[in-house]
Design a protein around this ligand. Structure first.
Ligand code: BEZ
Ligand code: FE
Length: 290
């Protein structure tokens, strides 16, 4: 094709797909839609060449920010609501299972395995409020799931996760807890505080370009796994936190809001939080037949 025009360029590029080498159907589907949307976007906003060059420079700088400690593109996707959208598309709710939400960039594998009821707090901060968190992990029929692993992580009262704060001990405020025979889990932690997502460099530039703010409401991350069930990546949000209605990454779901209540007299924590999880079977047909 020698005469590429504004009107035919989209079809010309799509026609090139698989012309010189076979490509799988899914690859074709992804590329065709990507080309249509990218071309549509450029036409919609009548993108100028200067804006195009600025975008290329921006993406180059975002790539240079990536390291084993920081994945800038996940952050950019979060700011644009893309991670929460992909999560909802990948984990459609089909019954009464607990809803998922974004993993975020601060998860670390291999958190310490702690005994039931133990504390994840290795370093205390002034003014922190301790909380006893407990609940049950069950299947969609209410049957307790024994041996499920509840992986928990949260920010410190200074708004930083341990791996972004050289003054916190390794794996502070992180731990994995197993459910007992009745599906019960328990741990001690602290009330999470609202914090800004990393907003220096390119993520911050995008937030400012959108005229948004970087704050997330106070939340505790939970990753629940059990053999035979779909892994659940979710968060519990503090019902009294600021920013519940304006989360910078759009991850709040009504049913994930939990109440941090004042602990009964004589307790060894300031607060208590009860939160139950319901896991969907990995293979619902097999589970129904059993
Ligand atoms: C988080 O919840 O830790 C998070 C999620 C998305 C972007 C940044 C942080
Ligand atoms: Fe978080």
């Amino acid at each position: 094709m020698r005469n590429v025009t504004v009107d035919n360029v989209t079809e010309v590029v799509i026609d090139s797909l698989g012309k010189h080498a076979d490509i799988p159907a899914r690859q074709r589907e992804i590329m065709e839609s990507l080309i249509r949307h990218l071309h549509g976007f450029c036409k919609d906003v009548n993108l100028t060449h200067d804006e195009f060059l600025a975008a290329c420079d921006y993406l180059g700088r975002a790539g240079a920010m990536c390291s084993s400690k920081r994945q800038e593109f996940i952050l950019l996707a979060d700011i644009l609501g893309v991670e929460v959208l992909v999560d909802m598309l990948s984990n459609p709710v089909s019954g009464n299972e607990t809803i998922s939400t974004v993993l975020g960039p601060f998860f670390r594998e291999n958190a310490p395995i702690l005994p039931k009821g133990a504390s994840t707090v290795q370093k205390s901060f002034e003014g922190e409020e301790t909380v006893y968190i407990e609940g049950y992990v069950r299947d969609v029929n209410g049957k307790p799931i024994a041996g499920a692993v509840v992986d928990i992580w949260e920010d410190a009262p200074n708004g930083l996760y341990e791996n972004h704060d050289p003054d916190q001990p390794d794996y502070n405020l992180r731990g994995r807890f197993q459910t007992d025979e009745s599906g019960h889990y328990a741990c001690r932690a602290i009330r999470p505080v609202p914090y800004p997502i990393p907003s220096d460099e390119t993520a911050g530039q995008l937030i400012r370009y959108m005229g948004h703010h970087p704050m997330r409401p106070g939340h505790i991350h939970m990753f629940v796994v059990a053999e035979g069930y779909r892994p659940l990546i979710s968060q519990i949000f503090d019902s009294s936190s600021e920013y519940l209605d304006e989360d910078s990454v759009f991850a709040v779901k009504e049913e994930l809001i939990g109440e941090f209540k004042k602990a009964p007299e004589g307790s060894d924590t300031d607060l208590v939080l009860r939160f139950d999880f319901t896991l969907a079977a990995a293979n619902p047909q097999k589970a129904a037949a059993e």
